[in-house]
Design a protein around this ligand. Sequence first.
Ligand code: ARG
Length: 246
Amino acid sequence: CALLGTSVSATAGPVMDDIVKTGELRVCFDAGYMPFEMKSKNGSFVGFDIDIGKMMARQMGVKYVPVNTAWDGIIPTLLTGKCHIINAGMTINAQRNMRVNFAEPYIIVGQTILLNPELEGKIKSYKDLNNSKYTIATKLGTTGEQAIKRMISKAKLNVFETQSDAVLEVANGKADAFIYDMPFNAIYASQNSGKVVHLEQPFTYEPLGWAVAQGDMDMLNFLNNFLRQIKGDGTYERIYDKWFKD
Ligand code: ARG
């Protein structure tokens, strides 16, 4: 369409321009973070973020291209243009907001605790873990790691590249607790009953948002309007129910 072509290429910001020019929405995420993004048995990516990312691309009229990226390199991957957006359950916080722009939050979560069952009853909140005799596992570069350093600083901290390695430490009895985003912990606990005990009360407040490079208001404007639309027309609820209701 000539009108769309001229108006978009003449005025849109660099990210939106590249999406239109290449006909692709390249989306960064880090698979393994249930139920937001997982690698299925046949190698395809599935989850809440994946379905929403596909819906974004569909509404833009471009192809959805998944870019699975290790978590601690995900912001550099965005900033070097290898993806157009991070849609990966990323917590909006001040530190990250100095480097990227965030759309309005698409869900709110918080950190919760998966306990070694032997500590059930003894540990009732994160405060009880703040003791050098306890070891806590989490994933490198996450807000879980930040929360432990900030709020449970006396405990021994073991960070792992992947959430599956980190959470295994508790299931194996090598760590006393695993701290991570509540939805992941709820699913893990339901799949591993007897091996971990979930303290379900979140002890941090974490809005999750889509991140884009700084300086592209057109992309941000698109994302905020897209979010309002899918929240209002039932699309968000349908996708949410698919991944969060069992
Ligand atoms: N919300 C947490 C954070 O922002 C964890 C997100 C992990 N996401 C992932 N795709 N592995 O640090």
